[in-house]
Ligand binder design. Structure first.
Ligand code: MRU
Length: 367
C-alpha cells in the first residue's frame, strides 16, 4: 500500500549487506513517525512481536517465519530449530497464524539436509508473505461483492464500522477487514468508515485512521463506546473486523471489544435496522482443531502499562507518554475476546463468504 505515494509492504528481507536482515515498519511509532527498523536476529524478532512493533495476526505469522530464517544464521540442526520455533510461538499466544507459519517453516526445513536449510528458510518465509498478499486480495474481491450488493440496494454512502486494525499494517499488504473497503473505494463506491479507537493500545485511532487517510478513504474515529449508539440509530450498514483466530464452528476471536460490537449489531434489529457482522480472514487464521472458542482459546493478558500509559503528540509537537491512572490502580488487560458464531453473519475468506456453520465447506489448502 502507499505511504506518501510510495509503495511499502510491512515486512521485507534485506540482502543488500553481507548478512541478511529483515526490515519492518515500527508500528509503535505510528501515526506520529514512519520508521523502518532492521531486525538481525531471532531474539530481536521475538521482542518486535512481543512489543507489537509488528502486530496483527497475519503479520506476526510472516514475522515469525522470518524469525526462523534469522535463527538459522546461528545453527541449522533439528534441536535448535525446535527451540527457536517454541520461542516464537510463545511470543504471542492468541493469533493462530503465528503457530501456523512456524509449523509451516518446520515442515519445510526439517525435511531438508542441514546445509540446504538456510536458503530454504528465506525462500519459504518469502512464499508465506506472497501467499498472504494473494489471500488478502481474494478476500477483497469477495468482500467487494457484498458491498456492491448493499450499494445497489441502498444507493447512498455506505457506513462500515471496523474495530482495531485489520488493514494492510496488520498483514504483509492489502489487509483483511480493510481489503474489501479498499477494493470498494478503488471501484468508485462511496464508503465511509467508522473507526473504533480500540483501547487500550488505540490501534484504530493510531493505525487504521492513518492507513485509511494514506489511501484517501473517508473515515471518522469514534470512541469504543459509540458503536452501539450509532448502530441503534441506523448509522452503520455493516461491521467488518479481522480475527486472530476463527474456530471450525465459526466463533471469532479478535481484539477485545469486538464481542460488544457484535452484540450491538445483532440487537439493532430490534430498532428496525439490523447490522450484518462479518469477519474477514485468510484460511491460516482458521483453527480447525478448535470448535468452542470461548472455552478453548487462550486469551493473551497484556501488561498493565498498556492501560496506564497513553502516548500522543503534545501541543509543543513533541511525542510523549502520559499516565492516566491513579497510582496503584488495579488493572486487568485481556487483549482479545470471542464472538460466538450465532452473532456472526458471515466469514469473508479467500474462497468466498461462508455462514459460520458452513465453514467446513472450505477447502483446507493451508494445513
Ligand atoms: O493485538 P493486535 O494489535 O495484534 O491485534 C490485532 C487484531 O485484533 C486484528 O483485528 C487481527 O489480528 C486481525 S489482523 C488482519
Amino acid at each position: 500500500m502507499l505511504v506518501d505515494n510510495q509503495h511499502y509492504r510491512t515486512i521485507w528481507p534485506d540482502t543488500s549487506g553481507g548478512v541478511p536482515s529483515v526490515k519492518i515498519i515500527d508500528q509503535t511509532r505510528l501515526p506520529h513517525e514512519f520508521k523502518v527498523e532492521t531486525i538481525t536476529s531471532l531474539e530481536q524478532m521475538v521482542v518486535a512481536i512481543k512489543t507489537m512493533q509488528v502486530r496483527g495476526a497475519p503479520l506476526i505469522g510472516a514475522a515469525a517465519a522470518y524469525g526462523m530464517a534469522l535463527a538459522l544464521l546461528n545453527a541449522a540442526d533439528d534441536a535448535y530449530l525446535h527451540i527457536s520455533a517454541e520461542r516464537l510461538i510463545a511470543s504471542r499466544p492468541t493469533a493462530v497464524n503465528l503457530r501456523w507459519a512456524v509449523e509451516r517453516m518446520l515442515l519445510r526445513l526439517l525435511a531438508l539436509p542441514e546445509q540446504a536449510r538456510r536458503q530454504a528458510a528465506w525462500d519459504e518465509a518469502a512464499l508465506i508473505c506472497e501467499d498472504d498478499v494473494l489471500l488478502n486480495q481474494a478476500i477483497g474481491t469477495h468482500g467487494l461483492q457484498l458491498i456492491e450488493r448493499m450499494q445497489a440496494e441502498k444507493c447512498r454512502t455506505l457506513n462500515i464500522l471496523t474495530h482495531c486494525n485489520a488493514g494492510w499494517l496488520a498483514t504483509v499488504d492489502v489487509g483483511t477487514a480493510l481489503a474489501p473497503v479498499y477494493a470498494a473505494h478503488d471501484a468508485g463506491i462511496d464508503v465511509h468508515i467508522w473507526v473504533d479507537e480500540t483501547r487500550p493500545r488505540n490501534q484504530g485511532a493510531s493505525l487504521t485512521a492513518w492507513e485509511l487517510a494514506q489511501h484517501g478513504v473517508p473515515y471518522t474515529v469514534i470512541s469504543d463506546n459509540a458503536g452501539g449508539h450509532l448502530m441503534q440509530q441506523g448509522q452503520v450498514d455493516m461491521v467488518v473486523v479481522g480475527a486472530d483466530r476463527v474456530t471450525s464452528a465459526g466463533d471469532v476471536c479478535n481484539k477485545i471489544g469486538t464481542y460488544l460490537k457484535a452484540l450491538a449489531a445483532f440487537d439493532s434489529a430490534a430498532f428496525g435496522h439490523w447490522v450484518p457482522f462479518y469477519a474477514a480472514v485468510p484460511s491460516p487464521t482458521i483453527d480447525w482443531n478448535v470448535s468452542d472458542g470461548v472455552k478453548a482459546i487462550e486469551i493473551e493478558e497484556r501488561h498493565a502499562d498498556e492501560m496506564a500509559w497513553m502516548s500522543g503528540r503534545l501541543a509543543s509537537g513533541e511525542v510523549a507518554r502520559v499516565n492516566i491512572l491513579p497510582q496503584g490502580a488495579n488493572v486487568a488487560n485481556p487483549a482479545f475476546d470471542v464472538t460466538p458464531a450465532r452473532l456472526v453473519t458471515g466469514i469473508i475468506t479467500e474462497q468466498g463468504v461462508f455462514a459460520p456453520d458452513q465453514l467446513h465447506m472450505m477447502q483446507r489448502t493451508h494445513f
